[in-house]
Design a protein around this ligand. Sequence first.
Ligand SMILES: [Zn+2]
Length: 446
Amino acid sequence: VSASGSWWCELAWLGGERAEAGVLVRAEAGLITSVEAGHASAPDGASALRGLVLPGFANAHSHAFHRALRGHTHRGGGSFWSWRETMYEVAGSLDPESYFDLARATFAEMALAGITAVGEFHYLHHGAGGTPYSDPNAMGEAVIAAASEAGIRITLLDACYRHGGVGEPATGVQQRFCDPSAEAWAERVEAISERPGLTIGTAIHSIRAVDPDAAALVCAWAAGRGCPLHAHVSEQRAENEACREAYGASPVEVLAEAGALGERFTAVHATHLTEADVSLLGSSRSCCCLCPTTERDLADGIGPASRLLAAGSPLSLGSDSQAVIDMLEEARAVELDERLASGLRGTHDAPSLLRAATSAGHACIGDPRAGAIKTGARADLVSVRIDGVAGAGSTADSALDSAVFAASSADVETVVRDGETIVSEGRHRKIDVAAELTRSIGTIFQ
Ligand SMILES: [Zn+2]
C-alpha cells in the first residue's frame, strides 16, 4: 500500500550537518513530492511529527529467526562457534508456519525501531535432512508474508549454502540450508523471483559454506538479474585460515575471483581484512555491512570501518543476530568501537553514521530510491523523541548528535513507510509486538 499525505516535522534531517526546523513533507503514491523547511507550525491537514524526523532505516543484514536466541545464549561464555550450536537448535525446530509467526513478530519489532526495509539473508530453506517442502520456497514465502504483515519492505537475499565448512559436507541442521547443487539453488530462486512485487537478492552464505565454483554461479545469476549479492565475509579468523589453507587466498580474494565484487555486492561483517582486501573492496565500490551489536555479542572483533570508507566502500548496517534491534545503536557503535580501538574520537560524525543506517543501507538491498527526505524518494519517515529522558536538554542544533549518540529504538514514536503510518505513539498499528514475540518464541523454548 502506498499512500499520499503531508507531514510537518518539528525538526528533520535532510542530509546536512544539522537538523532543519519546521519541515513540511508532501507525498503522493508513496513518493515525496516536495520538502520545504521554515514552516513555524503544522499547516491545516498536515500530520505533525514531533521531535527529530529521520528517513526510514534500512536493516541491511537480518536473520529473522535468530530473534528467538536473545537472552538464551549469553550464559556460560563460549565463542561464535558455540553460539552457532544453539542457533542450529532453533533453526532445526522451525517449519513454515512457526517461521512465519516468529518472523512476523520480529519484523514488527523492526518497524517499532524505525526500520522500513529489511535485507533478509535467508538460508533456512528446506525441511529436516534437506528434504524440500512441497513448495520448495515455502520458508522464503513465510518471511515475505511476515514482512508484509509487519508493514515493512523486504529484499529476500536468498542464500546458496553447500558445505558445513571448507571442503566438508553439510551435516545435521545444516542440511536444511542446502540445495542439492548450485544449479538447483538457481532454479529455486528463479521460481520465487517471478513472484510479483518481490525484490529479490542473492547471497553466498560464506566461503565456509560455498565453494568457488558454486560462488561463481551465484555471481553470474545475480549479474544477469542486476540484483544485490551479499556474503558473510571474514567474520572469524578461523574462517580466513581455512580459506587460505584450501585456496591460498583470503575470502575477499576468492570472492573477487568468482566475480562477486562491485557496486551490487555487500560484504557482511568484513571484520578481519588484510590491506589488500580493503583495497579490493574499496576500489570496486563494494558495500560493507557492519553489524556491531552482533559482532560484539559474538566476540568477532572490530571491522576496519574508516579504512573501508576511505578506500571507497559505502558502509551499511544490520541487526544480524537480533541481539538487539536498534539501528541508532548499530550506527553509533561504528564510531564508539573505533574510539575504543584507536584512542581517537570523532572519525564518523552523525550524518555519516545516519547515511549508513539509511541511504547506503537501502541502496545495498537494491532500493536506491529510499533513505533520504527529498523529492522523488520514498516517503519513509521516522520521528525520534527528543523530549524524553534520553533526549531531554537537546536543542535544534544538537538534536542530530543527541539522537545518534544517545537515543534508542524506545524513543521512536511514529514510523511512516511509503506514506503509510505503520507505528504511531510508539505502538505498531496492527501487531501487539511483545505478545507476539512471547508467543512465537515460547513455542520454541517450551
Ligand atoms: Zn549474518
